[in-house]
Ligand binder design. Structure first.
Ligand SMILES: [Zn+2]
Length: 252
């Protein structure tokens, strides 16, 4: 998995005047030494990215943006609709933990939303309120599940391969499945529970292998191959679902 860097510049909410009224957008401005002119793009999340040359004033960037408001409106309209977690679980009712797959049963409750998980069972049961959006209830429940099972599995695999790690932290990265710091801290994306068991483990092994080789050299892949015999196959399978799974469980 390439360790793609997420941009440190956060997006901000901006309102644009268009022929169809006021348009609310998420704008991220990136100053880039390589930019000679201002360049506008829209990523899959619907975030508007404006790349500007180092010395460009923000005022002129704002003028440029207003001039492009119709183009932005058109492009945002054409973006594919994002799948919700509810749609995802309707099509694929499973979560993974401890190298196993559990079927996801969704039931309703009139009290607090909850997720019942017993490692030895075959099913997890998520109880949600019908008067509240499914995703806003499911995200914290899944993150909670992830923070229970992923660190345990990481330590289990680390022990199996005689690897010492300091700490496992659960994160909500935008594009990355995981990362590993030189101090031995492994950060993993909570969406690992949405991957198939073998792919879930592959991500953990990918990061554990980095504690031995802090790069993506041939030596690194040799180490990883010793830990996961189907490493290439798993890595390709993850690449195919990454964009989709990374888009799930986001509030905006
Ligand atoms: Zn890596």
């Amino acid at each position: 998995m390439p360790d793609r860097q997420t941009n440190p510049n956060p997006a901000e909410t901006v309102f644009l005047q268009t022929a169809e009224g006021v348009l609310k957008i998420q704008l991220r401005i990136e100053r880039s030494v390589r930019s000679r002119v201002m360049r506008l793009s829209i990523n899959l999340d619907g975030e508007v990215v404006l790349k500007i040359p180092p010395r460009q004033s923000l005022q002129s960037a704002s003028v440029f943006l207003s001039k492009q408001s119709e183009w932005i409106r058109e492009r945002l309209k054409r973006l594919p609709k994002r799948t919700t977690l509810l749609e995802h679980f309707t099509a694929f009712p499973y979560v993974s933990a401890y190298n196993r797959s559990y079927s996801m049963h969704i039931a309703s409750t009139s009290i607090k939303p909850s997720l019942l998980f017993f490692p030895t069972a075959t099913e997890v049961c998520m109880r949600v309120r019908e008067d509240t959006l499914f995703d806003s209830q499911a995200i914290p429940l899944l993150r909670d599940l992830a923070s229970k099972v992923i660190p345990v599995r990481t330590l289990e695999l680390a022990k199996q391969f005689n690897i010492k790690i300091k700490h496992v932290s659960m994160r909500d990265q935008k594009t990355r499945w995981g990362s590993c710091s030189t101090s031995g801290t492994i950060s993993l994306n909570w969406r690992l529970v949405l991957l198939e068991p073998a792919l879930h483990d592959h991500i953990i092994l990918h990061e554990l292998a980095h504690t031995l080789e802090m790069n993506h050299s041939a030596r690194y892949y040799k180490v990883l191959g010793q830990m996961d015999a189907n490493s290439d196959k798993h890595s390709k399978a993850i690449d195919q679902v990454s964009r989709y799974l990374m888009s799930l469980g986001r509030k905006s």
